[in-house]
Ligand binder design. Structure first.
Ligand SMILES: C[S@@+](CC[C@H](N)C(=O)[O-])C[C@H]1O[C@@H](n2cnc3c(N)ncnc32)[C@H](O)[C@@H]1O
Length: 278
């Protein structure tokens, strides 16, 4: 079911009126595609969807979850994790406390991936990691650190690519999954070990509307596959905000299809996938 520009504008305006969500500066193209899918799945008009969202908070949250893309993986984009391991983590080793922020962390797998890597580098003790998202349901999953095995098992290949490339299971440096997860194949679940979970705090933060609610600055911000859904103007404002909230020499990492293009470019030095605060 196609959506018109007018329908998108009506949806965004209505959502802003009836909730705290503001999608005004989300890119129309991907937003339109999501709304089209929702309309098709429900077989309802945008007016009917909004009418139901007005009176049913649970439905409203479901639609918000559907309209925002929550896809994520354990060690998503393995080559980037090699870069993080080789070029980013060595720069953090001399810090007493390592402050990390993952805006748009979805169900937490990205934050857990980094913590596993930090643990392998012997840096876990000094880490304070924060994962934030717009979506409370995703954050609930993140806090529990419990995933359906069927979903995560697809990503275990990433784990091996990043941590066990070229190693044999008998090598002393081989990292078994059991070091970081409890696997229950009967229940079909995979749960992060508590020593990893205890190093990260998950909380709601809307990157469009909220600013520094954390009370401190960060050595590293990893914000992947979120800004791609924002207009270039909004992206630029967020890059300015990241610049403010990064410590001197702080590092920003974006998704594979994201980059700083506007005026904020002057505030960072880009080296491959890494943006260094100027
Ligand atoms: C595609 S996921 C990316 C997850 C992870 N960073 C990764 O790359 O695997 C995008 C996440 O951004 C969240 N999101 C969308 N708009 C947001 C906003 N305004 N503030 C914070 N998070 C937002 C969505 O709920 C979703 O979980």
């Amino acid at each position: 079911m196609e959506v018109t520009k007018d329908e998108i504008v009506f949806f965004v305006k209505s959502v802003k009126e009836i909730s705290n969500y503001d999608f005004t500066e989300y890119s129309e193209k991907s937003f339109g595609r999501r709304l089209e899918k929702i309309k098709g799945d429900l077989n309802q008009t945008v007016e009917q969807i909004i009418a139901k969202m007005r009176v049913n908070t649970e439905f409203l949250e479901t639609i918000i979850r559907e309209i925002t893309v929550n896809t994520t993986e354990l060690f998503r984009d393995p080559p980037l994790w090699h870069t993080i391991n080789e070029e980013v983590l060595p720069r953090l080793t001399n810090k007493d406390e390592i402050n990390i922020w993952h805006p748009g962390v979805s169900n937490g797998l990205e934050a857990y991936s980094l913590l596993i890597m930090l643990s392998e580098k012997g840096l876990l003790e000094r880490v304070k990691s924060i994962g934030t998202d717009l979506n409370p349901e995703m954050l609930d999953i993140a806090v529990k650190g419990k995933y359906r095995y069927k979903v995560v098992s697809d990503y275990l290949a990433n784990f091996d690519l990043v941590l066990n490339a070229g190693k044999n299971e008998k090598d002393s440096s081989f990292v078994p999954y059991s070091k970081y997860f409890d696997l229950d194949k009967i229940k079909g679940t995979i749960k992060m070990k508590s020593f990893i979970q205890s190093k990260v705090e998950f909380m709601r933060h809307d990157l469009v509307q909220d600013r520094n609610i954390f009370g401190h600055e960060f050595d590293l911000i990893i914000c992947r596959n979120l800004l791609i859904y924002f207009t270039p103007n909004l992206q630029n404002r967020i890059f300015d905000f990241f610049h403010q909230i990064l410590k001197p020499n702080g590092i920003l990492i974006l998704g594979a299809h994201e980059s700083i293009l506007g005026s904020a470019m002057q505030k960072y030095d880009k080296k491959g996938a890494i943006y260094n605060k100027r």
